[in-house]
Design a protein around this ligand. Structure first.
Ligand code: SF4
Ligand code: SF4
Length: 354
């Protein structure tokens, strides 16, 4: 087995290697236990992962992104994606990476999405704004009324630097001030993203938002629109950390034991199409990282499908899906329910892992 299939339980590993699955995966068994089925709902969100290049190398990055990664969408692919957006007019165009702004086609996607009438999201790591070539971002994003969704896993400096790298917190605060000056957090939507620093579930999202709002305002004068809390899925660097710390089984059990059936209806794979830098379609960014393409035999590209032709295709799952259904649930838009069963972890101020 290679590194990817090592991370999967037998059913998913088998689908990756093309063998007949031997048994249902742990996530599917949970669905069965509750008499639930995971099916697509109406298509709304096109999430474009433009590539793996990033100016940071965070500990828990599920994309394994970094400055030396070369995989980025090329011009012909970007144009085909743009034509699809204009034809099918998704409600939301969500641009991610890596650092999506490093793509030569970032502005093309923003402007094409807006032209198609979509709500456009930039998943921004904040530090990119502090690099000289990208200092134009706050004004540009504000000018196109793009929602900025920015990672800030804690309001305390040491915790952010432990997860995202030395100096990241100070740069993030400087960038947030620039976004504020452009109207973000007041006139324009600024969403901050929390993810746990260790192998536990996020605390209550609303309570955490209140803490963030109070602390960021009193310490730095920063205001923002909302906070979303995302569970770390056991993939890529976070999976490696779990294995190195001997916490793999414990974390998987935590996710499975915290399964919340009320989250299934809101899972993002139900209304989202995610595409990779070559334009191939996935159910979500996590499945993309596991190379779980929609069609096992040969990749489906965005220009091969329409929202209607996708409607009956099954969603591909693995044990990692338990990260989306644990506790209050987790998606690119944060928690899926107000609260859920199962233990949540320490507050954001708790020292990281490791
Ligand atoms: S900023 Fe985001 S994409 Fe870049 S390394 Fe960190 S988590 Fe990964
Ligand atoms: S990991 Fe992806 S496919 Fe699995 S439940 Fe979450 S969003 Fe859906």
């Amino acid at each position: 087995m290679d590194a990817v299939t090592d991370l999967l339980e037998p059913a998913s590993a088998a689908t990756l290697t093309g063998r007949k699955p031997r048994r249902r995966n742990r996530f599917e068994l949970k669905l069965d236990e509750h008499g639930l089925e995971l099916t697509r709902s109406r298509f709304e969100v096109l999430q474009i992962n433009v590539g793996r290049k990033c100016n940071q190398t965070c500990r828990h990055c599920h994309v394994d992104a970094g400055p030396t990664r070369k995989e980025m969408m090329d011009e012909p692919t970007a144009r085909k994606v743009g034509a699809w957006i204009l034809r099918h007019r998704p409600k939301v165009v969500d641009i991610t990476g890596g650092a999506p702004e490093l793509s030569d086609h970032f502005r093309y996607f923003v402007e094409t999405g807006r032209k198609a009438g979509a709500h456009v999201i930039d998943r921004n790591n904040l530090t990119i704004i502090e690099t000289r070539p990208y200092a134009w971002l706050p004004e540009y994003l504000a000018g196109h009324e793009v929602e900025v969704v920015a990672s800030l896993p804690c309001y305390l400096e040491d915790n952010v630097n432990a997860q995202r790298g030395d100096g990241v917190f100070a740069k993030s605060i400087a960038a947030l001030r620039k976004l504020s000056a452009a109207g973000y957090g007041t006139r324009l939507p600024l969403t901050l993203v929390y993810n746990p620093l260790g192998p536990y579930l996020p605390p209550d999202q609303d309570a955490l938002e209140r803490d963030y709002k109070r602390e960021l305002k009193s310490r730095y004068g920063i205001v923002f629109t909302r906070l979303i809390a995302i569970t770390n899925l056991p993939l890529a660097r976070f999976a490696q950390d779990l294995q190195e710390q001997g916490k793999w089984d414990e974390y998987l059990d935590l996710l499975a034991n915290s399964f919340n059936p009320a989250t299934v209806e809101g899972l993002m794979c139900r209304n989202t199409l995610n595409i990779g830098w070559r334009g191939e379609v996935f159910d979500c960014d996590f499945n993309q990282m596991l190379f779980m393409q929609l069609r096992k035999e040969k990749p489906l590209f965005l220009w091969d499908v329409t929202p209607d032709s996708m409607a009956d295709l099954p969603i591909r799952t693995g044990f990692h899906c338990l990260g989306c259904t644990a506790g209050a649930g987790s998606s690119c838009a944060g928690a899926l329910t107000a609260s859920g069963p199962g233990p949540t972890g320490p507050p954001a101020a708790t020292p990281g892992f490791p």
